[in-house]
Design a protein around this ligand. Structure first.
Ligand code: COA
Length: 222
């Protein structure tokens, strides 16, 4: 999180399905002008705001939150710059960053990000972090469902990938619970402190997501 994610190769997956998004004249999808608010039962996903910075700094710089992540911004002002950067990247159509606002709160206590890995958002890489007070409360799984519905139905992503260090038991269990498929092990893919660690590669296809969640193949237009 909070650092450019790298693509892991280019594949031509169902190019016709996304060709409109690849054409220079294609109109920008609405989400590029501003992410829609997505309300769930216990959480609301919305774009990050500067007023989230103090909470994000306090919650995401704890040792338990940052153990498996890239180094977070080092102070509140740096978080504000990060939030500004998420808006710019979203406007460019390359990146989506939702804040998770739990019921009864005003600030974001979690972040879900989706980075474009292939033009037209054919593939996207998912990242997530929740304040530790929300772990085990169901906020993650509800937020993840809202985000993936948005990714597949509105952004038109075909394949969502995620990486998690092999010793990140909570994250790997959470991805499995979400229905992601563990596709393999990426050797020495993450640098932590003073050594490399292996990561698992997980993926969810739009077709599998709809089948698993009892929905047809119809999509909202992007
Ligand atoms: C990853 C994260 C967002 C998941 O949120 P969460 O609220 O902890 O997730 P959940 O509780 O819904 O799911 C975690 C699952 O792991 C299981 N789990 C917890 N500790 C575990 C362990 N040591 N071994 C195996 N499974 C474990 C839980 O039982 C739960 O499964 P269940 O709901 O079937 O019981 C959150 O833990 C987090 O922010 N971690 C720090 C940042 C991070 O690692 N981000 C991901 C980087 S890839």
């Amino acid at each position: 999180m909070m650092s450019p994610l790298r693509g892991i190769g280019s594949q031509s997956l169902q190019p016709r399905r996304h060709e409109a998004a690849d054409e220079p004249d294609a109109p920008p999808a609405d989400w590029r002008a501003g992410l829609p608010v997505i309300a769930g039962e216990r959480v609301t996903l919305r774009e990050l705001q500067f007023s989230d910075a103090p909470t994000l700094y306090a919650e995401f710089t704890t040792p338990e939150a940052r153990r498996f992540m890239w180094a977070p911004p080092p102070n509140v002002v740096a978080f504000e710059r990060f939030i500004e950067w998420t808006h710019r990247e979203r406007a460019d159509g390359k990146y989506i960053c939702y804040g998770v606002v739990p019921e009864g709160k005003r600030e974001a206590w979690g972040i879900f990000e989706l980075r474009q890995l292939q033009p037209g958002f054919v593939r996207g890489e998912l990242g997530f972090i929740m304040a530790s007070s929300l772990w085990g409360t169901g906020a993650f799984i509800e937020s993840a469902h809202l985000l993936l519905d948005f990714a597949f139905d509105t952004v038109n992503v075909h394949r969502v990938e995620a990486r998690a260090s092999v010793d990140n038991d909570r994250s790997n269990a959470a991805l499995k619970k979400l229905g992601a498929r563990q596709e393999g092990t990426l050797k020495e893919a993450f640098w932590r402190d003073d050594h490399f660690v292996d990561q698992y590669l997980w993926a969810v296809l739009d077709t599998d997501w709809r089948t698993a969640n009892g929905r047809g193949q119809t999509k909202a237009s992007a």
